[in-house]
Design a protein around this ligand. Structure first.
Ligand code: SAM
Ligand code: SF4
Length: 468
């Protein structure tokens, strides 16, 4: 269907409404925000929901099974909304973005011809032009190439919600590692890092808008190697040290990292940059050297153990998180036992674990030694029970301790506040709203697997809360 001519934006033009549905990782959350930023100059502001939206973007994730099927099922729902709006004389642009868009491309509009725009993760800076083309064209607009220009050079400033106390900041994208199971190198393209000046400028704006904590994002964020403000190559540690100088920025985190890219100065930064929080998500995937080799991870289980020892030598209280894949082709009971041993040895504060799912086009997809689903289920349940016990124990050890919490939101009950510990645990306690955005010490009174309850030790005075 051809959309009506694009309305020109003028003071009397009604604002247009945008609804973004985000699936997947934190990078998709960040990308969704940036797509909204790119469309803001065209008059798009947030809609309450798809029925109220002149444009709906479905930002998709391709990492696990049935990703495309989930997208088509959601598109079926959005199609009905689009038709109801059309019956009421309102047009709707329907766009599919993210990694499924990149992987499926024209297949999406072949199966769902009511979709107007299909765009990959590297092209969303071109959205305004795509919207204009969607209004002009009789057919769909499909942009899934990897453009030569860096999208970050073309994006407007991030419009963080005023008062957002924590924010994501993408510093690196893409992956050159080609793990046997993973679609990311195909959907996100080659590794690329933003220049430090652009990252620092965005960070300063976010902090000026109220952010106290920044999480640096990248598919392999510790592979960051960008142009420094001195013209030299900066690794992630150098970037973190520069960001830590920003007045008002009290906490820094980064995710997701690869064990092979933990360089010496990054390990050292965990010991000597106070703003860098003692929490690290460092996926290991398996504890079996045989499976790690089959996964093309290029490290062994003992390499990982030694790396953790070095990190803990610099930061003894470092809390660790990881990703595990259960049932990669060829995984035997012996391999699985090695993974359980690694978990016992390291002790994780939290972790994510997934059943292996074959992703078409990846080397593992056709590999022999497929693990039966029932076996995968049993192993996953056993592994998750161990990880849950470790998480419960990690939290329980905090009982009675005084821990700094960055207060980020009001709690569910009146008078209750919520925030995060340095180790990323959710903490709730009673206190005044004036503490929002502050880092305050609290005493942990009760713990569970997923959160901590605490009591304020003292309510800081206004002077104590004054920014440094
Ligand atoms: N770059 C990170 C690394 O190397 O560890 C991981 C990024 S990936 C987007 C997030 C996680 O999804 C992976 O760590 C892995 O555990 C999981 N994952 C990726 N492909 C998968 C697959 N085919 N089946 C199951 N889990 C998968
Ligand atoms: Fe995927 Fe991470 Fe491996 Fe890259 S390093 S291929 S993103 S799992």
């Amino acid at each position: 269907m051809k959309l009506p001519a694009e309305p020109r934006l003028s003071p009397v033009t009604p604002r247009r409404r945008l609804h973004v549905i985000t699936w997947g990782c934190q990078m998709n959350v960040y990308d969704s925000g940036r797509m909204a930023d790119v469309l803001a100059p065209l008059g798009y502001t947030a809609a309450d929901g798809p029925a109220d939206a002149d444009m709906v973007i479905l930002n998709t994730c391709h990492i696990r099974e049935k990703a495309a099927e989930k997208v088509f099922s959601e598109l079926g729902r959005l199609r009905l909304i689009k038709e109801e709006r059309a019956a009421a004389g309102k047009s709707t642009i329907l766009a599919v973005a993210g990694c499924v868009a990149q992987a499926e491309g024209a297949e999406i509009t072949a199966r769902a011809p009511y979709v107007d725009i299909v765009l990959g993760p590297q092209t969303y800076h071109r959205l305004p032009e795509m919207v204009a083309r969607a209004h002009r064209a009789a057919g769909p607009v499909i942009e899934t190439d990897f453009p030569v220009e860096q999208k970050f050079d073309f994006l407007p400033e991030q419009q963080a919600a005023p008062g957002a106390l924590t924010a994501f900041l993408t510093v690196q994208e893409g992956c050159d590692k080609f793990c046997s199971f993973c679609v990311v190198p195909y959907t996100r393209g080659a590794e690329a890092s933003r220049p430090a000046a652009s990252v620092l400028a965005e960070a300063r704006r976010l902090v000026a808008n109220g952010a106290r904590e920044l999480t640096l994002l990248g598919q392999n964020v510790n592979a960051y190697h960008g142009e420094g403000t001195d013209g030299r190559d900066w690794g992630l540690a150098r970037l973190i040290r520069a960001l830590a100088e920003i007045p008002g920025l009290v906490r820094l985190r980064y995710t997701t990292s690869h064990p092979r890219d933990m360089e010496d100065d990054l390990i050292a930064a965990h010991g000597d940059v106070p703003a860098l929080m003692p929490f690290l998500h460092l996926p290991v995937q398996s504890g079996s050297d045989r499976i790690l080799a089959a996964m093309n991870r290029k490290h062994t289980a003992d390499d990982y153990r030694r790396l953790i020892d070095r990190l803990r030598a610099h930061r003894p209280d470092l809390a660790l998180s990881s990703d595990f894949i259960i049932g990669h082709p060829g995984e035997t009971a012996v391999d699985f036992a090695a993974t359980m041993r690694l978990i016992e040895d390291i002790g994780f504060a939290q972790a994510y674990s997934f059943k292996y799912s074959a992703r078409p086009g990846t080397p593992a997809a056709g590999a022999p030694g497929v693990v039966p689903e029932g076996e995968k289920d049993n192993r996953l349940a056993e592994l998750q029970a161990l990880l849950r016990d470790q998480q419960t124990a990690f939290n329980a050890e905090c009982t009675g301790r005084v821990i700094d919490v960055l207060v980020t939101h009001a709690g569910r009950r009146p008078g209750q506040l919520g925030g995060r510990s340095p180790y990323l645990q959710a903490i709730h306690f009673d206190g005044p709203m004036t503490l929002l955005g502050e880092v305050v010490p609290v005493k942990i009174t009760h713990t569970s697997t997923n959160s901590l309850s605490a009591a304020l030790i003292f309510t800081p005075s206004k002077q104590e809360l004054a920014p440094a």
